[in-house]
Design a protein around this ligand. Structure first.
Ligand code: OAD
Length: 271
């Protein structure tokens, strides 16, 4: 990839979305920002907060570094409560938009890098949580699952480190850290999905983390790619066919209205 962008208007995006049968939607933290979950790399994102609060830390990404966690799990547990959305957090319009594509039978897969679980709250079943989730808690020493969810939840709430009752090593939620492997479902599905897809929509991600960001390069070149994001992203001169820059909720709301996916009352169908 890539030649010149092939499309230039919102109307073109609407036609692509209306006609597509097998859409891959690749999402990142930006789609949960309006729901109150901070992203990572924006100026008011989580990594900036880590920098402010831990100025001696070499790199804020150590928050999600497996080797660092094994040595000092307290950094992660001093932030974990900010990563898990509380019970009042509701999915955003962007989540709803993806759920609606699923309802229309168009969603091949939502590959999300998010660990907030808002996709499932929005009813998106065809989702792969590439970077894991907080559903399970695993000991980094003996690998046993800690089944006492309440103990881990209480530790997260009180900013304490939970320890394994068998070997006394720290317990880690089953989210993917740098240095760890991706959710197995990613490897199980990605090749077939890439060969079937007829449209790629990328939403709310800086496309800086491998291997998920490689999807934009690995999808066959004939498949149109639409970016919906606050700013232009993509490395090594990668070019999207169409960029709709702005807040993703604003963009998808306009598209949903123009696609006739809204109730006449002005509310989103289904949310
Ligand atoms: P980033 O924080 O790197 O990127 C979020 C992107 O969304 C940026 O380009 C923002 O400008 C954009 N954005 C923010 N709010 C937006 C909004 N309301 N509408 C549209 N765009 C918006 O987050 P990710 O790309 O998801 O890894 O980060 C990828 C991975 O890096 C994460 O999964 C996490 C992190 O290290 C793990 O947790 C393992």
């Amino acid at each position: 990839r890539r030649r010149l962008p092939r499309y230039s208007t919102l109307g073109a995006a609407l036609n692509l979305i209306r006609d597509a049968r097998h859409v891959i939607v690749l999402t990142g933290a930006g789609i949960s920002v309006s729901a109150g979950v901070p992203d990572f790399r924006s100026s008011n994102g989580l990594y900036e907060t880590v920098r402010d609060e831990y100025p001696n830390l070499e790199d804020p990404q150590q928050l999600f570094d497996l080797e660092y966690f094994k040595q000092d799990p307290s950094l992660f547990y001093s932030f974990a409560h900010r990563i898990i959305p509380d019970r009042r957090t509701r999915p955003s319009l962007a989540h709803w938009f993806i759920a609606h594509m699923q309802r229309r039978g168009q969603l091949l897969r939502n590959y999300t890098q998010n660990i907030d679980g808002l996709e499932r709250q929005a009813g998106i079943q065809r989702v792969i949580q590439c970077h894991g989730n907080f559903d399970r808690n695993i000991c980094v020493g003996c690998g046993q699952e800690c089944l006492d969810d309440e103990y881990v939840a209480a530790c997260i709430e009180n900013r304490r480190v939970p320890f394994c009752s068998h070997c006394n090593n720290p317990i880690k939620p089953d989210i993917v850290f740098f240095g760890g492997g991706l959710n197995q479902q990613f490897d199980d599905n990605i090749d077939l999905d890439l060969s079937k897809a007829d449209l790629l929509i990328v939403m709310g991600t800086s496309l800086q983390v491998q291997p998920v960001c490689n999807i934009v390069r690995e999808i066959p070149a004939h498949v149109p790619q639409i970016l919906i994001n606050r700013e232009s992203v993509g490395q090594d001169g990668h070019q999207f066919d169409l960029q709709l820059l702005g807040d993703c909720d604003t963009v998808v709301l306009q598209m949903a209205q123009m696609l006739g996916w809204m109730h006449t009352s002005g509310e989103c169908a289904g949310l």
